[in-house]
Design a protein around this ligand. Structure first.
Ligand SMILES: Nc1nc2c(c(=O)[nH]1)N[C@H]1C(S)=C(S)[C@@H](COP(=O)(O)O)O[C@H]1N2
Ligand SMILES: [Mo]
Length: 421
């Protein structure tokens, strides 16, 4: 085990708030020292069953290497969101990537013994690969991939939708390196009746019942077989951070991030739509528009596939006080499986729009960067609104789009407030 892995496995012990006795039994003095960043000088005198005070509270920012400006929405499971201005980088660094977990983090990950099994009704013959085999046998690719939680923007729905109250930060576009899922599936052999894939992972259900999975979702074969659908083992050129799916993650850019399974050790090739946890009763929206607050039956819902067009202004930060009457705005825009073809901003509450400079994506399914020099006519209060249009001519709505029971797919225009002195 590397130091890093050891660190994570002990951190996990404290996540689980193990009884002190168990904790002490498992953790050696040297591991305490590693966690504390200092030796415990009188370690030999530590009472049995005693956890050093400094390890009682868990600091998620230090633990996950996250920016302290992030917001912890939930710690059981961990859900952590950056403010929009923290997403200013073209390629999102770990420090500002949101964390979304449906269950408890996996315990004692051992990358050196990691395997991936491909099974299911529509596999010619079940096959298991070691991680080392995956890395050596197949060609590796690197893509920047936008993954957005389907519930990003949920906080604006009224009546409110249950779940993490994400504002705008549950999206990232990191650089992922791995192998194409399609190369692997071609190697395994897939029957012609294959319809869908479903991932399985090693995180734990909140109930700790080993038979229950926190989440097991997937996508149709057509998405699974796209060039950019990866089984990734690197993020931004390094091992994937533990909380983002180390050592193996499915990455399906442009689709709800829930399809991008973390800590994946099994993929089932299904002869029907995958029926794993959270394929039913979640990640669906009404097939027809409904009135706010209406109850909608499961049969009247459709599975969310490609995400809608959206954009964020990442600089300046909302609330900025400007010294002059001109300001450069920057941000990113994305459109699920499509490209963004136009980016505009307004300073008069959407009455008139001006165009932004918009870059092409680094590759398919990567977010695109925009900028504009905005001239403000006088001192006073302004709002800068941003609006992206996709390659089918569909633009972001200015206000909250279709209410739905779980609060998904809010792609309303992002707005920032500024004052000119
Ligand atoms: N194994 C596993 N994979 C998972 C999840 C999870 O809870 N367990 N959450 C999904 C959801 S809902 C989202 S939004 C993304 C979040 O990815 P991130 O934490 O790397 O930002 O992971 C997805 N993959
Ligand atoms: Mo999500």
């Amino acid at each position: 085990m590397s130091n890093l892995q050891r660190f994570y496995s002990y951190i996990n012990l404290s996540f689980k708030k193990l009884k002190r006795r168990e904790f002490v039994k498992k953790a050696t003095l040297s591991s305490f020292a590693m966690l504390l960043g200092a030796e415990i000088i009188f370690g030999a005198k530590l009472p049995k069953d005693y956890t050093p005070l400094a390890l009682e509270g868990v600091d998620p920012f230090a633990m996950f290497n996250k920016n302290k400006g992030m917001t912890v929405l939930n710690d059981k499971p961990w859900n952590v969101e950056p403010k929009v201005h923290l997403l200013n980088d073209n390629v999102t660094p770990n420090a500002s990537m949101f964390i979304r977990n449906n269950g408890l983090l996996p315990e004692a990950l051992d990358a050196s013994n990691w395997t991936l099994t491909i099974d299911g009704e529509s596999v010619s013959k079940q096959k298991t690969y070691t991680l080392a085999e995956l890395k050596s046998k197949f060609k590796q690719y690197t893509y920047q991939l936008t993954i957005e939680c389907a519930g990003n923007g949920r906080n604006e729905f009224d009546p409110p939708a249950k779940g993490n109250q994400w504002t705008l930060g549950a999206v990232h576009c990191a650089s992922w390196t791995g192998i194409r899922l399609k190369d692997l599936l071609n190697d395994v052999g897939i029957k012609s009746n294959a319809v869908y894939i479903g991932f399985h992972a090693v995180d734990q259900h909140l109930s700790k019942d080993p038979k229950k999975e926190p989440i097991s979702r997937g996508c149709p074969m057509s998405k699974a077989m796209q060039d950019e659908t990866l089984l990734a083992f690197k993020m931004n050129g390094k091992d994937i951070p533990m909380v983002h799916g180390f050592p193996l993650r499915l990455v399906a850019g442009g689709w709800p991030a829930s399809v991008s399974g973390k800590w994946v050790n099994r993929i089932s090739i299904r002869n029907k739509v995958h029926d794993g946890t959270k394929m039913i009763g979640a990640y669906k929206v009404p097939s027809k528009p409904v009135a706010p607050g209406e109850k909608v039956k499961e049969e009247e819902m459709r599975i969310i596939e490609s995400m809608p067009v959206k954009s964020i202004i990442t600089s300046p930060k909302t609330g900025a006080i400007l010294a002059g009457k001109s300001v450069i705005i920057n941000g990113h825009a994305w459109a699920g499986e499509l490209e963004v073809s136009k980016m505009e901003y307004s300073i008069d509450f959407g009455s008139t729009w001006n165009s932004c400079a918009l870059k092409k994506p680094a590759n398919r399914l990567a977010w695109q960067h925009f900028s504009a020099t905005v001239k403000l006519p006088s001192s006073g209060y302004y709002e800068i609104w941003a609006k992206a249009t996709d390659s089918n001519g569909i633009a972001q709505p200015m206000l909250l789009p279709g209410w739905n029971p779980k609060g998904y797919l809010n792609n309303a225009c992002h707005r920032i407030a500024v004052k000119v002195k």
